[in-house]
Write a new protein. Structure first.
Length: 206
């Protein structure tokens, strides 16, 4: 028997061109994935109910993600799991795929479910051509979800931007505190207000 997807509409909001976009829920998006609608080469994530094409990942981006995953693992305590390029769920309409996520609990905890805001202590995005999204839509959504610490590894600027103290919702959401770490600095890994180690910025930049 073929399963049916329940359609849920939210209050429509017209764009400047008079077009009303249809917002997908996380469940609808997951059913599309299960149905094989997306090809292997289709790299998309759900942000605010809208399908967003992820930028093509170049070698410097891939190196930095691998290096970050390895270095963060050496810093965090056993009760944390470091996950690379795995989806998380932020409410009903967003299923982004951060480059690195640090989540509570053992890896097996996420065998059949995605990490959600209460699970997450740190999210990291590596930005080369994706900075506008990482510092825009994702920055707001992570702040709305109260992700306590958010890093943007800004490859063109050779620096790591560390955001904390999230507040507000939606378009008014923001991180109140920001610290910038240059190539010769050490960036602290902070989870639940506790510094667990420091990572040389130079070692994770390409």
């Amino acid at each position: 028997m073929k399963s049916q997807t329940t359609t849920t509409r939210t209050a429509p909001r017209a764009t400047a061109a008079g077009i009303v976009p249809y917002r997908l829920t996380v469940r609808q998006f997951e059913r599309m994935i299960e149905a094989g609608i997306f090809r292997d080469e289709d790299h998309v994530e759900l942000l605010g109910g809208i399908l967003v094409d992820k930028m093509t990942k170049h070698d410097p981006h891939n190196f930095t993600v691998d290096a970050l995953g390895a270095r963060v693992r050496t810093s965090v305590e056993p009760e944390w799991t470091v996950r690379e390029e795995k989806s998380i769920v932020l409410g009903r309409f967003s299923r982004p795929e951060p480059d690195v996520a640090v989540a509570h609990g053992p890896r097996e905890r996420y065998r059949s479910s995605s990490a959600r805001p209460p699970d997450l202590g740190l999210l990291i995005e590596v930005a080369d051509s994706s900075y506008a999204i990482d510092r825009g839509k994702k920055w707001q959504q992570y702040a709305t979800a109260r992700i306590p610490v958010y890093w943007i590894v800004n490859l063109p600027q050779s620096q790591i931007e560390v955001y904390s103290a999230p507040s507000g919702k939606g378009r008014s959401a923001a991180y109140r505190d920001v610290a910038l770490y240059a190539r010769d600095d050490l960036v602290p890994v902070v989870l639940e207000g506790k510094e667990l180690g420091r990572i040389p910025v130079r070692e994770v930049l390409s």
